[in-house]
Write a protein that binds this ligand. Structure first.
Ligand code: VG1
Ligand code: CO
Length: 593
């Protein structure tokens, strides 16, 4: 072991349990200040390592032949580096044989999933609070992904939480004087370091490898998409694109993928430097937080508006797609990708696509595509973890959520850059023989043709952020009671149609039989239009109420209406039935999508 970079001993430290170390829709998200409390990260990460041996199939349940290998990285937000240093010491002290770390501590969420799958790792730890803001006064988060590359399901996170309530100590790798034994590891350069654990009589090795953040991910994309065809699209003088990373993690990938691989000019990228505080912004790709991109893509405000615009969130799993002055709802984006997949994306050619899935609040645009193409269609609770079993069992290949998340079975996370490459593939396919410049089929035309063929699902989401938690729960309670009483006359009179389903969505996973209750209150009318309410599981302050409204229009002559106008009546009705303004004191949402 003469080549070792150093050695360490494992020491045990006392810690008391912290309240509320419970993973929500996607990981543990709290204010940075909460994570900075002494022992907070240690207690939580130790709880994960205490739980994994008890979870069959976790790769740490003692059945594996060799020591587990994990990957670690984050979206580069404030506190990322400190957390990586702390977690690395716990990983080393908890029986892991090798830890891969993204260069500079950076890995986008879908890349972590790709790395776990490509290298058959036991799992990974992702440091992100996703679309929540970053900085000393903003949010931080920790996620655990399992050996299939997907977010830990509730069968894991429930045990993590139970352990966190009883944790009394943690194990950490130390020098003799309790310092960080891995201080010599240079995260800014690729390299491999072998350390020797001298705690036991039989010396054990622990390897840290700093890996390129993009290699595995880019290789995967090369196997999915026709890069040559995408290059041809990007070469067209009548085509241009603008990708806004909102100073999130995709900035570490976009130059390589869009410029080096596909030939886009550097001017196609915006806010492409990952920043610890996302430049003070909200790294959430929607019409409010990506307003600058929306304005740049609007020919009325910018004569040089590009044909195609896209944005991604803090950790690179969300995407927003826009055309020239034209916003594509995530529901329609999912439906369009599914409709074109077999023809436009080599990965799906030859009948590979047999099913699609969407989260319950997501509008049912994709259901229409599934019906027409003979695909299975699943409706799951909010949160990507619910898609994993469908993807892994081959029941569904393309999934999406209304919250700007779309992906396929190439990974087990939503994937912002993948969605953008899908859209470029659709445009490349539609323009493959459109040689005279100026005859380009653009985003708007693709979507409008889609509406005429399948009908249009008008959709809006109202977010009421940081409401008083008691008030929000009281409102949900009121809606539950309203449903229990069963008198739907207010809704039926107001909308002019029967209510066919009124329930609190409950999901039974068709693969493993697990049941998820209380996933959102929904009122579904006979024509498929819907009102849905749920509380967010990703906020870090108070409660966020999400109100989702959907209305289906099959008449081709009415699909071009303005969405706000088409939905106004249902929005009013939803506010009336929920009594949201009087419960919360809020007369308007923070974000309307
Ligand atoms: C939100 C979205 C949900 C998404 C989740 C994680 O959850 O509604 O669709 O999967 O965020 O996305 P909630 O519970 O706040 O509604 V991300 O990009 O923040 O990991
Ligand atoms: Co995200």
């Amino acid at each position: 072991m003469g080549d070792a970079a150093g050695s360490f001993v494992i020491k045990q430290f006392g810690v008391k349990p912290f309240e509320g170390q419970k993973m929500g829709t996607s990981g543990l998200r709290k204010k940075v200040k909460v994570f900075q409390q002494p022992g907070y990260i240690e207690a939580f990460v130790q709880s994960i390592f205490d739980a994994l041996p008890e979870i069959p199939g976790s790769g740490m349940d003692g059945r594996a032949q060799s020591a587990p290998v994990l990957v670690l990285g984050g979206d580069g937000r404030y506190f990322n580096r400190e957390a990586i240093r702390t977690i690395t010491r716990l990983v080393a002290a908890n029986g892991v044989g090798k830890l891969l770390i993204g260069q500079n501590g950076i890995l986008c969420t879908p890349a972590v999933s790709a790395i776990i799958r490509a290298r058959r790792l036991s799992g990974g730890i992702i440091l992100t609070a996703s679309h929540n803001p970053g900085g000393p006064n903003a949010d931080f988060g920790i996620k655990y992904n399992t050996g299939d590359g997907g977010p830990a399901p509730e069968s894991y996170t429930d045990v993590f939480y139970a352990k966190s309530q009883r944790v009394s100590g943690y194990r950490s790798a130390c020098t003799e004087s309790d310092a960080d034994p891995f201080a010599s590891v240079n995260l800014s350069r690729r390299g491999s370091y072998t350390f020797v654990d001298r705690t036991a009589a039989t010396e054990r090795r622990f390897v840290i490898e700093v890996i390129d953040s993009a290699d595995d991910y880019v290789a995967l994309f090369r196997s999915i998409f026709d890069f040559e065809r995408l290059r041809a699209l990007l070469r067209r003088p009548d085509f241009s694109m603008l990708f806004d990373s909102l100073h999130g993690v995709t900035g570490a990938y976009t130059r390589r993928i869009f410029c080096e691989e596909l030939g886009a000019p550097p001017s196609a990228l915006r806010n492409a430097t990952p920043l610890e505080d996302f430049g003070g912004g909200h790294p959430d790709p929607n019409l409010v937080y990506a307003a600058e991109l929306v304005a740049l893509c609007d020919p009325k405000q910018n004569p040089k508006a590009p044909e195609f615009g896209a944005a991604s969130d803090g950790d690179g799993d969300r995407n927003m797609i826009i055309g020239r002055g034209f916003f594509v709802t995530p529901n329609d984006s999912l439906a369009v990708i599914a409709a074109y997949a077999e023809r436009a994306i080599p990965y799906f050619a030859g009948g590979k696509l047999v099913g699609v899935a969407r989260s319950m609040p997501t509008a049912s645009s994709v259901d229409r595509v599934a019906a027409k193409h003979g695909l299975a269609c699943y409706e799951t609770p909010t949160g990507w973890k619910f898609f994993s079993s469908l993807l892994s069992s081959g029941r569904a290949q393309i999934c999406g959520e209304e919250s700007f998340g779309t992906s396929s079975d190439h990974v087990r996370e939503k994937d912002g850059i993948w969605a953008v490459l899908c859209w470029l593939s659709v445009l490349a396919y539609r323009n493959v023989d459109k040689t005279p410049v100026g005859s380009l089929v653009g985003v708007q035309q693709v979507v409008e043709e889609h509406w005429r063929e399948y009908g249009r699902n008008f959709f809006t989401r109202y977010d009421y952020e940081e409401c008083d938690a008691d008030a929000a729960h009281a409102m949900m309670q009121h809606l539950e009671e309203y449903q229990r009483r069963g008198d739907m006359s207010l809704l039926e009179r107001g909308y002019g149609d029967k209510v066919s389903v009124a329930d609190n969505f409950c999901y039974t996973d068709p693969v493993d039989g697990s049941v998820a209750r209380n996933q959102g209150i929904r009122f579904v009318f006979a024509d498929g239009s819907r009102i849905v309410f749920r509380l967010s599981g990703t906020g870090s302050m108070g409660a966020t109420i999400r109100m989702y409204i959907e209305k289906y229009e099959s008449d081709p002559s009415r699909v071009d209406q303005d969405a706000a106008t088409a939905l106004r009546g249902l929005v009013q009705l939803a506010l009336e039935v929920s009594k949201l303004p009087s419960f919360t004191g809020r007369d308007r949402p923070n974000v309307i999508t």
